[in-house]
Design a protein around this ligand. Structure first.
Ligand SMILES: [Ca+2]
Ligand SMILES: [Ca+2]
Ligand SMILES: [Ca+2]
Length: 399
């Protein structure tokens, strides 16, 4: 046999092996059951940047030698955002201090974020006497690039501060001041120098760069040219993460695919969907939004199904922790997207931990905790019969 024939028969053997092995191995998970992949349609270069961001996000574990701390909460993005899915009560962040829009009175004592770990030789922070606090579980990171591209105009159009349509739901955008390193979008809506913020449980972050830079600084004690202040001393120090890495991570977050709906078209799904609108869950969990123009064509001018309005809503006394950020009230929370909800247990140890601090152990429990502007909708849910309720739950699990 000449070399070429040897090569071909070798390849045939390998292909045969692959085919026969795949019969015995468990099937690879379907695309719609995993969260951490890129959107379809990225260019070669874009895929490379996604990959670089993926590695920085998941595999770059900081140590004292690479700048960790001196006080911190965790050592990598991925340790809290495992598989880009929701986190658990064991990966929470605690923030403390502020109860109203007059600002945080505990900044000199380390507010708002609690760094509960420290490298050797440093003291961890403790919540000062008299401060209020909230616990936050990590949200899923999927589809955020699409949410970033929804226009301010569209967000404003969903808000109804005076509840003029009388459905009990008001909903306001979270207006806040921009840090210096953020350049606002050209079509941004400005009110008294404040811009619409949309990321985070209290919608305290303007965009994914804002959230990422703060996470490096506050969650891991890593400085960058964007926030050069040491988390412990407040002194300006050399960057501990490069601008390129920050940009790669932001690009990774922007191009993580949106969860793919499962069992669409199935009877229960359609019934659940109709009921979801009928009892006005959709009054806040807006089913369909539109992205604006992006230089990344995979994200540009797309219709998306995130089930959020990105507005703040007063959710009532039960969800009021007495702590807030920016100009949100203590009882106000940003509507979380519901896409991918049914995949939450994959990254939550096989069970659900829902709502801002994971206090709800099932979807039903989460619904029962809705109050304030959502009370009417919850009351209507309670009036449904068992099969209607289970159709809604089925629908929610398939998003
Ligand atoms: Ca550091
Ligand atoms: Ca702190
Ligand atoms: Ca209304």
């Amino acid at each position: 046999m000449n070399q070429r024939n040897t090569f071909i028969s070798g390849m045939v053997a390998i292909i045969f092996l692959i085919i026969s092995c795949s019969k015995f191995e468990p099937e690879a998970p379907d695309d719609d059951s995993i969260l951490d992949g890129p959107v379809n349609g990225l260019t070669y270069e874009q895929n490379r940047q996604f990959l670089a961001g993926d590695i920085a996000f998941n595999n770059e574990i900081f140590t004292p030698a690479t700048g960790l701390g001196p006080i911190f909460v965790a050592t990598s993005c991925g340790s809290c955002h495992a598989g880009d899915g929701k986190g658990t009560p064991f990966t929470t962040l605690v923030r403390f201090g502020q109860t109203d829009s007059t600002g945080n009175k505990f900044l000199h004592l380390g507010g708002p974020q609690l760094q509960n770990r420290a490298i050797p030789g440093f003291q961890t922070e403790v919540i000062p006497n008299g401060a209020t606090s909230s616990k936050f579980t990590p949200p899923a990171n999927t589809g955020l690039g699409f949410l970033e591209l929804v226009s301010d105009e569209d967000i404003l159009s969903m808000s109804d501060p005076e509840d003029s349509n009388g459905d009990g739901i008001s909903g306001v955008p979270s207006f806040g001041y921009l840090p210096e390193f953020i350049t606002p979008n050209s079509n941004a809506v400005v009110k008294n120098g404040k811009y619409i913020h949309r990321f985070g449980k209290k919608a305290a972050a303007y965009n994914l760069l804002h959230q990422t830079v703060n996470a490096y600084n506050q969650d891991m004690g890593i400085t960058s040219t964007f926030t050069p202040h040491d988390v412990y001393s407040g002194h300006t120090i050399d960057p501990e993460v490069s601008d390129k890495t920050v940009r790669d991570v932001v690009f990774y977050l922007q191009t993580l695919k949106a969860p793919i709906p499962r069992s669409k078209g199935n009877g229960n799904f359609e019934t659940g969907k109709a009921l979801f609108t009928q009892i006005n869950c959709s009054g806040c969990h807006t089913p369909q939004l539109q992205t604006g123009y992006s230089s990344v064509s995979a994200l540009s001018n797309k219709t998306i199904y995130p089930y959020t309005d990105m507005l703040l809503h007063d959710m009532g006394a039960e969800l009021d922790d007495g702590y807030t950020e920016g100009f949100a009230k203590t009882s106000e929370w940003r509507t979380p997207p519901l896409w991918g909800l049914g995949l939450s247990p994959n990254s939550q140890g096989g069970q659900y931990f829902l709502m801002h601090d994971g206090r709800a152990k099932s979807i039903e429990e989460a619904i029962m905790m809705h109050g304030g502007e959502a009370k009417l909708s919850k009351d209507k849910f309670n009036l449904l019969n068992e099969s209607e309720k289970s159709a809604i739950i089925h629908f929610l699990k398939s998003l």
